[in-house]
Design a protein around this ligand. Structure first.
Ligand code: C2E
Ligand code: CA
Ligand code: CA
Ligand code: CA
Length: 275
């Protein structure tokens, strides 16, 4: 009936209003968060499966909100991207990650996630150069994780930026590989060093023959193209064993270690090398 229709509309409308209000509240708080030093980087180790050594730490952004507690990046990064705030926030992440990495032993790299918005803003190469110089960190210690959506943008421009970053010694990883618009042409058309297999495939490894076949195929492809293959979201010993059998190079996930604040990494290094 008409009344029902209107009621449904009203509920829907209220829900939209609430979401919009939440979004506005996040936006207002986000604007102040950098100055109030509410951001923090957590780090999750990436290990070489064969040697069991830590090869890198991935920086994962956390927002310590005074009322809401730790806010997940899944909640605030989309808002930061829509408002352009991801550019200054991303600069802070690059600088902090490089400073932290400068205090680690020399073979361990730092991996930083990049938003497509940082790519489009035109100053990425300068931001990376500054972050490295500010921390006296060589480019070869930095790995940038990009998603396939970045590769969907203007091909010439994107390739130009990636090449400039690589001249600095920086390595480029493609994140969440296998989701989104995965096209094998990317692997040929862009200078990429690493493929990170999306955790959805890794988590299905023991139950799904097709997930296992896909992981195997990506690993072989990586080998043929001289790219490192990382499996993310490894939660069990069994998954890690299967990945090793399939000659996947590196692994990351809760089974190895959860993301931790920078101050806890020394402890993590000791614990993991004791395993
Ligand atoms: P991502 O880059 O794919 O990062 C991996 C996510 O999976 C992280 O979530 C990590 O905590 C989580 N994870 C790691 N191991 C496991 C596991 O074994 N099982 C499960 N279920 N999850 C695992 P997190 O930290 O919440 O980050 C979510 C996403 O937010 C990231 O996904 C990345 O896309 C984005 N993000 C995080 N930090 C930054 C940043 O500094 N800049 C930008 N632009 N994006 C960031
Ligand atoms: Ca990532
Ligand atoms: Ca990922
Ligand atoms: Ca992801």
């Amino acid at each position: 009936s008409k009344a029902d229709g209107r009621g449904t509309y009203r509920v829907f409308h209220n829900e939209m209003n609430t979401r919009l209000q939440e979004r506005r509240a996040i936006e207002a708080d986000l604007r102040a968060a950098l100055q109030l030093r509410q951001f923090e980087l957590y780090y999750q180790p990436i290990v070489n499966i064969a040697s069991k050594q830590i090869v890198a730490f991935e920086a994962l952004l956390r927002w310590n909100h005074p009322q809401k507690g730790v806010v997940s990046p899944a909640t605030f990064i989309p808002v930061a991207e829509e408002t352009g705030l991801i550019v200054p926030i991303g600069d802070w992440v690059l600088q902090q990650a490089c400073r932290d990495a400068a205090s680690w032993s020399h073979h361990i790299k730092v991996a930083v996630n990049l938003s497509p918005v940082q790519f489009k803003c035109g100053s990425l190469e300068m931001s990376v150069t500054r972050a490295l110089a500010g921390a006296s960190l060589h480019g070869s210690r930095l790995e940038l994780e990009i998603t396939e959506s970045i590769l969907l943008q203007d091909e010439e421009i994107t390739r130009g930026i990636l090449n400039k970053l690589r001249v600095l010694g920086v390595q480029i990883a493609i994140d969440d590989f296998g989701t989104g618009y995965s096209a094998l042409s990317y692997l040929r058309n862009f200078p990429l060093d690493k493929i990170k297999i999306d955790q959805s495939f890794v988590q299905d490894l023991n139950q799904s023959a097709s997930a296992a076949a896909i992981v195997k195929a990506i690993s072989e492809l990586g080998k043929a193209l001289d790219m490192t293959i990382v499996a993310e979201g490894v939660e069990t010993a069994e998954q890690l064993t299967i990945l090793g059998d399939q000659r996947c190079t590196e692994a990351q996930g809760y089974y190895i270690a959860r993301p931790q604040p920078a101050g806890k990494l020394m402890q993590m290094l000791n614990d993991l090398s004791a395993v």
